[in-house]
Design a protein around this ligand. Structure first.
Ligand SMILES: [Zn+2]
Length: 62
């Protein structure tokens, strides 16, 4: 999972609800195109980024 650099909890893609992201930064849903209003957000501390999930999280193989 994408692990928050601040608190270690999971970071996902926020579009209304929080979608889980795989290693390739894709959601498992059917609509994979990133919208302008989407952003990456930590499920715990609400650390967020509009540009790249890697700005606030690191991939942790688990
Ligand atoms: Zn966090």
């Amino acid at each position: 999972m994408w692990k928050c650099k601040k608190c270690g909890e999971e970071v996902g893609l926020r579009r209304g609800m929080l979608f889980k992201l795989d290693k390739n930064k894709d959601t498992s849903g059917d609509d994979l195109s990133i919208h302008d209003t989407d952003y990456y957000e930590c499920s715990h501390c609400h650390n967020y980024s509009y540009s790249d999930v890697e700005e606030i999280a690191i991939w942790d193989e688990e």
